[in-house]
Design a protein around this ligand. Structure first.
Ligand code: ATP
Length: 329
C-alpha cells in the first residue's frame, strides 16, 4: 500500500520553567530559572497508507495534539522525521498544507460574521483554489453534508452540528488527500454525529481520502476506523486492527435497567449483575457474546422494565486502566 504518512522515531521535547509560589518564589524563578524537559512525544514511528481511516487515540496528555501539530507543520520536532505525501512539513509547509485538511472540533476556521457561503468563498481566495474545481467540489459537499438550508446563514448563528458540517466542508474545499479530524463529533446530537460519520465514510470511499481521527467516542472509532494507533505517555502502546484492540481495551458494556416492581429472577446467562440499588440493576456484558439488543429483548420478556440505558465505556478511561503501569518519563 502506498504510504501517505511516514513518521520515524519522532520526538518532541517541551522545555518548561518551573515556577515557585509566592513573591520570593517568583523572584527566585526569575533570577535562577529551573528548566525541566517534558516529552510530549517520545519516539513514535508509524506509516499510514492511502485510504486508511486511522483512529489516533489516547488519554489526556498522551501526545496526540503534539503529533498532529508536527504532522501539519505547526510544530518542529526535536528529532525524528516526518513525510506527508512524500513532503517534509517542516521543510515545505506550504506544499504540505495543500495536501491536508484539518478540523478541530472545538475551533472553527469559518468567519463568524460572514454567511457560510461567503466564508467558503473567502477560503477559496485565500487558498487560491481554481474556480471550476472549487465549484465542482462545493456542489458535492453541499449535497453530501446537506448544507443548502444554511448556506446563507451567518456562521455565528449556526448550531454546533451545522457549524461542524460547515467546517468539514471548509477543510475539503481544496480537495486534500489527507484529513486530520480532532474530536469531530464532540458535543453533537445523534443525528449530527450520524451525518458527520457518513460524510467521512463517503469521502474516504469515493475520493480515497486518508483520515486520521482523534476522538474519545467509542462509536466514532468503531464505526469509522479500520485501524487504531493508541498512544500513552508519548509512546505508541498499540497499533493494529480495530477489533483486536477494542476488544482488549474495552471488552465490556453496561446495561442499566430500572424495574417497575421488585422481581425474583434477575439472572441472565450472558451477563453479570455488577450492582443493584433498589429497582435499578447494572448488567455487564461482553459485546462479542451478546448484543445489547438481544440482552434487552431477553430481559424484557421476563422483567417488568420501566427504563433502560446502555453505557459505552469511555475509551480514554479504558486506555488509562489497561496501561496504568506504563510510567511517564
Ligand atoms: N506548549 C507546551 N508546553 C509544555 N508542555 C506541553 C505543551 N504542549 C503539550 N505539552 C505537554 O506534552 C504532553 C502531551 O500533550 P498533548 O497536548 O500532545 O496531549 P494530548 O494527547 O493531545 O492531550 P489532550 O487529549 O488533553 O488534548 C503533555 O504532558 C502536555 O502537558
Amino acid at each position: 500500500m502506498e504510504a501517505v504518512i511516514e513518521v520515524h522515531d519522532l520526538v518532541k521535547e517541551y522545555i518548561i520553567t518551573k515556577k515557585e509560589s509566592g513573591l520570593r518564589g517568583s523572584l527566585k524563578s526569575l533570577l535562577f530559572p529551573q528548566k525541566t524537559i517534558v516529552n510530549g512525544v517520545d519516539g513514535i514511528s508509524f506509516s499510514i497508507g492511502k485510504g486508511e481511516i486511522v483512529g489516533y487515540i489516547g488519554p489526556n496528555g498522551a501526545g496526540k495534539s503534539t503529533t498532529i501539530k508536527m504532522l501539519t507543520g505547526i510544530l518542529h520536532p526535536t528529532s525524528g522525521s516526518i513525510k506527508v505525501c512524500g513532503i517534509s512539513p517542516q521543510a515545505d509547509r506550504k506544499s504540505v498544507v495543500r495536501k491536508l485538511g484539518v478540523v478541530f472540533g472545538q475551533r472553527t476556521q469559518l468567519y463568524w460574521d460572514l454567511r457560510l457561503g461567503e466564508s467558503f468563498e473567502l477560503l477559496r481566495r485565500i487558498y487560491q483554489i481554481d474556480l471550476a474545481a472549487y465549484e465542482e467540489t462545493l456542489a458535492i459537499l453541499r449535497d453530501v453534508l446537506k448544507l443548502d438550508e444554511f448556506m446563507d446563514t451567518p456562521v455565528r448563528q449556526l448550531s454546533l452540528g451545522q457549524r461542524m458540517r460547515g467546517d468539514l466542508a471548509a477543510a475539503m474545499l481544496h480537495a486534500p488527500s489527507v484529513l486530520f479530524l480532532d474530536e469531530p463529533t464532540i458535543g453533537l446530537d445523534a443525528d449530527a454525529k450520524h451525518a458527520i460519520r457518513n460524510f467521512i465514510k463517503e469521502i474516504n470511499r469515493t475520493r480515497g481520502v486518508t483520515v486520521i481521527l482523534t476522538t474519545h467516542d467509542l462509536d466514532d472509532v468503531e464505526q469509522l476506523c479500520n485501524r487504531l494507533v493508541v498512544v500513552n505517555h508519548g509512546k505508541i502502546v498499540e497499533d493494529g486492527p480495530i477489533d483486536t484492540i477494542i476488544h482488549k481495551l474495552a471488552p465490556y458494556r453496561l446495561l442499566v435497567v430500572e424495574l417497575k416492581q421488585p422481581c425474583e429472577d434477575l439472572v441472565h446467562p450472558a451477563a453479570t449483575i455488577i450492582k443493584q440499588d433498589g429497582l435499578k440493576i447494572w448488567y455487564q456484558f461482553e459485546k462479542k457474546r451478546i448484543s445489547a439488543a438481544e440482552l434487552i429483548s431477553d430481559l424484557s420478556q421476563k422483567l417488568p422494565i420501566q427504563d433502560l440505558s446502555v453505557k459505552e465505556p469511555d475509551i480514554e478511561d479504558a486506555i488509562r486502566e489497561v496501561y496504568k503501569t506504563t510510567s511517564a518519563v
